[in-house]
Write a protein that binds this ligand. Structure first.
Ligand code: P6P
Length: 340
């Protein structure tokens, strides 16, 4: 936010937020700065992707079976290298790595855990469509020098911070530490994220619905009913505009700001849903709830789901709270029927 010559950088904002908590040690603030650095480095490379040889697939395949784009690998290393040398983190886990990566014992390990999707939507890189980084921060459960999988498999409501970086028409960093949601826009001329969207609130009823309707025949009838209601209207639900970019962070951010609902339901080709619980659904669920929205797996709050596997998938219905509630009433009834 700029008032005349006054600019509020993310560093200043984080510092002012920290002062609200006398008990704060500054470690979480510093970890957020580390994520800022990663964001600036990745943004620089995303902006130049078409001009260097980092376009195109790296021929490697990640744990999800997705062909790894070179920029994916670069972003994966950049996030890890930005957080693991500063003594605030004990372990990281990424969509691109099969297993968590503990901070080497030669380095001081801190009290935080970082789970992240380094570059979500990376199939859009070669066609210049917006992509994003998603991150989730937990406190470690293990004692000193014992960081492991258990530190990563934590329920979403225990996150201490969450956010994303959107590499769109501009690069934005949006995060929450449980005190509201705040958005910062990168001014590349000075290399600073400036406060542009203080205290983001998402409207209770959305303008948009975002879903890949080519999956229609793969959905259950109640899912079809929910999508049809957002498309054509049903009862109090008014028809909405369809907007689907196919890049989760971009679809989520538009709906967060303008109001909308994003759905990636279970389907016959994705019986558990497509999106990942720990480093996609859970961090975005913390953000949207802090902005007054909701996030479920169709009927249960995402933040209540207890993970059992690092890369487990979940159905995701996220956005404006009244729209998510409508979906839960219909799909919850389905789940109840399914249980009988
Ligand atoms: P579909 C991108 O590959 C991604 O993981 C998310 O960013 C996006 O929301 C979703 O998959 C799109 O999936 O099946 O609609 O192409």
């Amino acid at each position: 936010m700029v008032h005349g010559s006054e600019v509020i950088t993310i560093e200043r904002f984080i510092m002012e937020q920290e002062r609200l908590y006398p008990e704060a040690t500054g470690e979480l603030s510093n970890l957020l700065y580390d994520m800022c650095l990663a964001a600036k480095i990745i943004s620089r490379h995303v902006r130049r992707a078409g001009l260097s040889d980092i376009l195109g697939a790296a021929e490697a395949v990640n744990v999800s079976g997705d062909l790894q784009q070179k920029l994916d690998l670069f972003a994966n290393e950049t996030v890890r290298n930005s957080v693991q040398y500063t003594g605030r983190v004990c372990i990281t886990a990424s969509e691109e790595d099969e297993r968590p990566v503990p901070v080497p014992e030669s380095r001081s390990a801190g009290k935080y855990v970082v789970l992240y999707d380094p570059l979500d939507g990376s199939t859009n890189i070669d066609v210049n469509v917006s992509i994003g980084t998603i991150f989730s921060i937990h406190k470690r459960l293990s004692k000193k020098n014992g960081a492991g999988l258990a530190d990563c498999l934590q329920v979403g409501k225990k996150q201490v911070a969450a956010g994303y970086i959107l590499y769109g028409s501009s690069t934005m960093l949006v995060y929450t530490t449980g005190q509201g949601v705040h958005g910062f826009t990168l001014d590349p001329t000075i290399g600073e994220f400036l406060l542009s969207h203080p205290d983001i609130r998402t409207p209770p009823v959305g303008k948009y619905y975002s879903v890949n309707e080519s999956n229609w025949n793969r959905w259950s009838p109640p899912v079809q009913r929910v999508v049809a209601a957002f498309k054509n209207g049903e009862g109090k639900v008014q028809p909405k505009n369809a907007r689907y970019i196919g890049s989760l962070v971009a679809d989520f951010h538009r709906n967060l700001i303008s109001g909308g609902i994003f759905l990636y339901p279970a389907a016959s080709n994705y019986p558990q849903g497509k999106l990942r619980l720990l480093y996609e659904a859970a961090p975005l669920a913390m953000v949207v709830e802090q902005a007054g929205g909701r996030a479920t797996d169709g009927c249960r709050p995402i933040l209540d789901l207890v993970p059992t596997d690092l890369h487990q998938r979940t159905p995701l219905v996220i956005g404006s709270k009244d729209d998510v509630a409508f979906a839960a009433r219909v799909l919850g009834a389905e789940a109840a029927v399914a249980v009988k």
